[in-house]
Design a protein around this ligand. Structure first.
Ligand SMILES: *Cc1c(COP(=O)(O)O)cnc(C)c1O
Length: 380
C-alpha cells in the first residue's frame, strides 16, 4: 500500500474489544497478569505501551523499515543510537549538524571515551578521509541545518559499508514522505518527531527506525534500560499528526517553493538557499534521493543585522521562534539563536552570516505568506 494509506492504517487497526476506530490512549503504568509471567504482551509502560506500539509500527512503515522505536525526544533517540558504541569508538559526522547532536557528542559521550570528527559536507571525499581505524558510525543529516545542503546517502553508505561502519541518517528535515534513507543504504534512521512528523508544534518526541533485528534488540534494550520513552498521550499526538503527514508535506513544499522563487528575484535578498530551485548547487543530488524538497528555506537579506531586525519587526504571520515543521510559519535568526554559542569567525566560515535567516514555511495560504514577507521587506 502507498504512503498515505499506511500512515492512517499501519499499526492502527480498530480496537478489537470496543471497535474504537482510533487507537486509545492507554494511560496506564502497569498491566494485570493472569498468573506470574502470564500476560498479554505488556507488563510495565516503560517497557511497552499499546499506544506507543501503534506509533512504533506506523513509524517503521513510513520509513519502510522493519522495526521502529519511539523516544521522548529527538535527542533521546540520538543517544539511543550512540549507545551502540563502546569506549574508544569514533564517530564521523557532518559539520553542518544539529546543535543538540554536537552537544551530546562533545559534552556527554566524549566523557565516556567516544570521540568525533566533523567532515566538511561540501567536500565529497571528506567523510572517507575522516575515517579512522576506530570509526564505528557515520552520522549524516540531510538536508542540513541551517544551510540546507544535501549529502548523497548512497555514496555515504558505500563509504561506510566498505569499511564495516554503520550509517545513521537524521531524516528530520525531509520527513519520510520526501526521503527514505533506508532505501539508499542507511542502516539507521533517526527523527525528531517534534518537527514534521507530529507537525503541530505541540509535543517533543523522537524515533529510530532500522532493519537489522539484532541491532533493534540492542536499541530496544537500551530504550527500556535508560527509559527515555514517550508517554501514551505524546505517543497518541504523534500518531494523530503522522496521519496527515503526506498532505501537510505537499503543502509545505508548494508554499516553500513559491516563497523561494519570490525571494530569489527580490532586490533586497542577497542569496537564497532552497534545494528545490534548479539554480541550487544541491538540486541534482536532492532530485536523486528526495521525492520533494520539504518546507525549509534560508536566505540572506541585504543590509546586515539592522535590516534583519527591521524585517522581523514588521512580520505579522511568521513567528520568531526556534524549531520547525509545524503547520504555522516560523522564522529564525541562527547567528543569534541556534548558533549564538558558536564563535563568530567559526560561524562565518560555515556560511552563517550576520544577515542569514531561516524559515520553516507553514501551510497557511501561500499568497498571505508572500504578502506578509513583501510588506515587511518594504521597510528594510
Ligand atoms: C530538533 C532536532 C533534533 C532534536 O530533537 P528534539 O526533539 O528537540 O530532541 C535532532 N535533529 C534535528 C535535525 C532537529 O531539527
Amino acid at each position: 500500500m502507498k504512503f498515505e494509506t499506511r500512515a492512517i492504517h499501519d499499526g492502527q487497526k480498530p480496537d478489537a474489544q470496543t471497535g474504537s476506530v482510533i487507537v486509545p490512549v492507554y494511560q496506564t503504568s502497569t498491566y494485570q497478569q493472569e498468573a506470574v509471567g502470564k500476560h498479554k504482551g505488556y507488563e510495565y509502560s516503560r517497557t511497552g505501551n499499546p499506544t506507543r506500539t501503534a506509533l512504533e509500527t506506523a513509524l517503521a512503515s513510513l520509513e519502510e523499515g522493519r522495526f521502529g522505536l519511539a523516544f521522548a525526544t529527538g535527542v533521546a533517540a540520538t543517544a539511543a543510537v550512540f549507545s551502540l558504541l563502546e569506549e574508544g569508538d569514533h564517530i564521523v559526522a557532518g559539520d553542518d549538524l544539529y546543535g543538540g547532536t554536537y552537544r551530546l557528542i562533545e559534552k556527554v559521550f566524549r566523557r565516556w571515551g567516544i570521540t568525533a570528527t566533523y567532515a566538511d559536507v561540501d567536500r565529497p571525499d571528506s567523510f572517507a578521509r575522516s575515517i579512522r581505524k576506530n570509526t564505528k558510525l557515520i552520522w549524516l543529516e540531510t538536508p542540513t541545518n541551517p544551510l540546507l545542503k544535501i549529502i548523497d546517502i548512497k555514496k555515504a553508505a558505500k563509504v561506510a559499508h566498505t569499511k564495516g561502519i554503520l550509517l545513521a541518517v537524521d531524516n528530520t528535515f525531509a520527513s519520510p514522505y520526501f526521503q527514505k534513507p533506508l532505501l539508499f543504504g542507511a542502516d539507521i534512521v533517526v527523527h525528531s518527531t517534534t518537527k514534521y512528523i507530529a507537525g503541530h508544534s505541540d509535543i517533543v518526541g523522537g524515533a529510530v527506525v532500522l532493519n537489522d533485528e539484532a541491532m533493534y534488540q540492542r536499541i530496544k534494550y537500551y530504550q527500556n534500560a535508560a527509559g527515555g520513552v514517550p508517554g501514551p498521550w505524546d505517543s497518541w499526538l504523534v500518531l494523530r499528526g503522522l496521519k496527515t503527514l503526506a498532505v501537510r508535506m505537499r503543502q509545505h513544499q508548494e508554499n516553500a517553493l513559491y516563497l523561494a522563487r519570490y525571494l530569489a528575484q527580490h532586490p533586497k535578498v542577497e542569496r537564497i538557499y532552497y534545494p528545490g530551485l534548479p539554480s541550487s548547487k544541491n538540486y541534482a543530488v536532492a532530485k536523486k534521493q528526495m521525492e520533494g524538497f520539504s518546507g525549509m528555506l534560508s536566505f540572506e537579506l541585504k543590509g546586515g543585522r539592522p535590516a534583519v531586525d527591521t524585517f522581523f519587526s514588521h512580520l505579522k504571520l511568521f513567528a520568531l521562534a526556534e524549531s520547525l515543521g509545524g503547520v504555522e510559519s516560523l522564522i529564525s535568526y541562527p547567528a543569534g539563536m541556534t548558533h549564538s554559542s558558536m564563535p563568530r569567525e567559526e560561524r562565518l566560515k560555515r556560511g552563517i552570516t550576520d544577515n542569514f535567516i531561516r524559515v520553516s514555511v507553514g501551510i497557511e495560504n501561500k499568497i498571505d505568506l508572500k504578502k506578509d514577507i513583501a510588506k515587511a521587506l518594504t521597510f528594510v
